[in-house]
Design a protein around this ligand. Structure first.
Ligand code: C2E
Ligand code: CA
Ligand code: CA
Length: 692
């Protein structure tokens, strides 16, 4: 290494401000710099290096002081940059990766800065170098991530919007120009949300925690009416001070996906027969109503509709008729309720309606009344016309402290009540109904257990024939021999006779027990006349009642002429009347006597009942006991006799009633005046005392 060439500019004087002096001062500074530095003169020659520079081998090994530094620059661009730096004083920097003695390569950033003389001529170039390995890696990685991110955004048609919460600056990636048009907003991010989705999204935003990512799906509030669904991931990033600094949102247009899922959902959520939403859809809509109610205190109503005696319609008129009815009913529902109400078919003959945004109970009951009006019109099917009715239970979510999810149960309870009160009516739920229903469920459970425990027995009440003044027979009446409460009459377990399953069990029990009793009396030579057994509607359902009764009679070897069945007029008039008529005819033909029970309490007129083979007409005790109904009783007796029926008066409690009835020509009397219902073992003694 020769030092002469290097030193020569420096020798040009000292102690003054001459370029030579300055150059010497620079060289001294560079040589002692506590970092990597080097100095070039205006002819690109290396004039000084620091220890740090040498240690890190920042110049090629064969390069010494006085050598042209341009050789150390690897690329022609760098050479050009250095030449421009000398010629015009333009600083520049470059990165170099250098491995010392085969070690890990380090990345160096070298900066070239010209020192200029007064006239603008470059005197020297100071080179400083910094090991930026750590930074460079992150910088390079960040750049790569940035590229990857950009690719991903473009591929996925995503738009990024970054909002600087401190400066208010907004950055939008222009990867999805369409979204960019709608998703740029200045102040309130919610302004891009469609009004219908606003409440939901606003609620989510309110609950957002800073620094937590949140996903939204909503429709854009576009002024051109085009429905665009957007999925947005939003997150507030915290600054070093722990306060939110930036809000970053990613937007994606998911309209297509939404449409596709909606199409699938319509398939999954639609009842094929009526085209109405099904139970699954109902549940979803119900949840929405519950949410809205909890969120903003919206008043909503729920209506449950059950077609009365639908099973009988299906059984007697066929499934085609049943289907026609359901379709017709769904049309009626559409006509009666508002377009925005959710009318769903929950299954079978069960329908439900969700009414949102109500102001009062009247808002809910108005369409119910409209539906009932529509139901009054008969339905035409296959040239036949039949009438249909429905029971309706309604519940209103007005009590904001109550759990709205109870609504389904409440509406169900109201529906149950509507059926219980005789069907073809609507009932609005009140909290008192819940306890009465619970009591009922408890009762049915107890009755079931009591059947197993054989606690049900028959009591027998004599029926007196006035003309012959003799006991014509007995009516068998059910009693519950309760282990704690003693003998209970049916008013304590009436619900069991109305329960499909239990009424069948009790019916079986009554028949078996009455037939066994008749067999015993016959064997003992007790002359009991006829025994009347009460039949509930459910017992006709199987369509096999006539056969079953005859089989039982045969099994107990009791002649048909010993049995009367008592059927209320409601059973004749209800659905399946055809089947009831067939059964009754068959039994009548076999010799079983048919009595029409509780006559006068229902809607039947004798004219309606003309084509049923009725032998006995039992006038309900309410008429017998009410003196003001004397004219009716008289008319019924006259009419019944003229139609060839014998007339029985129930509930005769005193001599005056008896005398009056005898005067009207009544045939038979039943009541406390003669005897209360008694246990079977007392019947023979009664018969003996009566003198038959
Ligand atoms: P029902 O068929 O009309 O029976 C006549 C009811 O009138 C009986 O009530 C009887 O005890 C009552 N009664 C008789 N004479 C008088 C009287 O002078 N004054 C008053 N106040 N009542 C009188 P009970 O035994 O309590 O039965 C009530 C109802 O329970 C029956 O009315 C019937 O509908 C039903 N029932 C009873 N046993 C059976 C049964 O085995 N099967 C079915 N399906 N229903 C039954
Ligand atoms: Ca009866
Ligand atoms: Ca009766």
């Amino acid at each position: 290494m020769t030092s002469t060439a290097v030193r020569h500019p420096v020798s040009a004087g000292r102690g003054d401000q001459s370029p030579g002096f300055q150059m010497e001062a620079f060289e001294t500074f560079v040589r002692h710099a506590p970092f990597a530095a080097a100095l070039l003169d205006d002819a690109f020659r290396l004039t000084a290096v620091s220890a740090g520079w040498t240690d890190h081998a920042l110049t090629p090994q064969d390069m010494g002081i006085g050598d042209d530094f341009r050789r150390a620059l690897l690329s022609p661009e760098d050479v050009e940059s250095l030449e421009r730096c000398v010629a015009f004083g333009e600083p520049f920097s470059r990165y170099r990766s250098i491995a010392v003695n085969g070690g890990e390569p380090r990345i160096w950033r070298t900066e070239f800065a010209a020192t200029r003389l007064e006239g603008g001529r470059t005197q020297a170039v100071v080179i400083t170098a910094r090991d930026v390995s750590g930074f460079a890696e992150t910088a390079l990685k960040a750049e790569r991530d940035q590229q990857r991110l950009k690719m991903a955004l473009e591929l996925d048609d995503l738009m990024v919007r970054e909002y600087d919460l401190k400066t208010g600056e907004v950055y939008c990636s222009n990867t999805s120009p369409e979204l960019e048009r709608w998703c740029t907003f200045k102040i309130d991010p919610l302004e891009i949300v469609h009004p219908d989705d606003l409440e939901r999204v606003a609620e989510l935003v309110r609950n957002r925690k800073d620094g937590e990512a949140q996903v939204f799906e909503f429709r854009l509030n576009r002024d051109d009416g085009v429905e665009t669904w957007v999925r947005s991931v939003g997150k507030k990033f915290l600054g070093a001070d722990g306060k939110p600094e930036r809000l970053v949102n990613l937007f994606k247009d998911i309209t297509d996906r939404r449409r596709a899922t909606e199409a699938v959902e319509t398939l999954a959520f639609k009842d094929p027969l009526t085209g109405l939403p099904n139970r699954a859809y109902f549940q979803r809509k119900f949840q929405e109503a519950v949410d809205a109610s909890e969120l903003v205190g919206e008043l909503f109503g729920l209506i449950m509709i059950d077609v009365d005696h639908f099973k009988d319609i299906n059984d007697t008129l066929g499934h085609d008729a049943g289907d026609a009815l359901l379709k017709r009913l769904s049309e009626m529902l559409h006509a009666a309720f508002r377009a925005g109400d959710t009318v769903a078919r929950l299954g079978g003959d069960e329908f439900a309606v969700i009414l949102r945004g109500l102001h009062s109970e009247a808002d809910m009951m108005r369409p119910v009344a409209a539906l009932q009006e529509l139901l009054r019109r008969p339905i035409e099917h296959a040239g036949r016309s039949f009438s249909v009715s429905a029971s309706i239970g309604a519940a209103l979510h007005g009590d904001l402290d109550a759990d709205p999810s109870h609504m389904i149960k409440n509406a169900d309870i109201a529906l149950y009540r509507a059926k219980d009160e005789g069907r073809n009516r609507s009932v609005v739920f009140t909290p008192a109904m819940r306890s009465s229903l619970e009591q009922r469920i408890e009762l049915l459970r107890d009755v079931r257990a009591a059947i197993t425990a054989k606690e049900f027995v028959l009591y027998y009440q004599p029926v007196i024939d006035l003309a012959s003044n003799s006991v014509a027979g007995f009516e068998a009446l059910m009693r519950w021999d309760h282990p704690e409460q003693g003998i209970l009459t049916p008013d304590r377990f009436m619900a069991a006779f109305e329960d499909q399953d239990l009424s069948l069990k009790l019916g079986d029990l009554a028949f078996e027990s009455a037939l066994k009793q008749m067999r015993d009396w016959m064997d003992q030579g007790v002359e009991f006349g006829r025994v009347a057994v009460n039949i509930s509607a459910a017992q006709f359902r199987s369509g096999r009642l006539a056969e079953e009764v005859q089989e039982r009679l045969a099994r107990w070897n009791v002649p048909c002429s010993r049995l009367t069945i008592e059927v209320t007029e409601n059973v004749y008039m209800g659905w399946g009347a055809e089947m009831v008529a067939d059964t009754v005819r068959a039994l009548h033909k076999a010799g079983v006597m048919i009595a029409l029970d509780d006559f006068g309490t229902g809607y039947a007129s004798l004219a309606n009942l003309r084509h049923f083979p009725i032998d006995r007409l039992k006038i309900d005790k309410s008429f017998v006991q009410n003196i003001e109904d004397a004219a009716i009783v008289k008319a019924v007796i006259t009419l019944g006799s003229s139609m060839g029926m014998k007339v029985v008066a129930e509930g005769v409690e005193d001599q005056a009633q008896l005398d009056a009835l005898a005067g009207y020509g009544c045939d038979q009397i039943q009541g406390y005046h003669f005897s209360r219902p008694m246990p079977a073992e007392m019947a023979p003694g009664y018969l003996e005392r009566f003198g038959t």
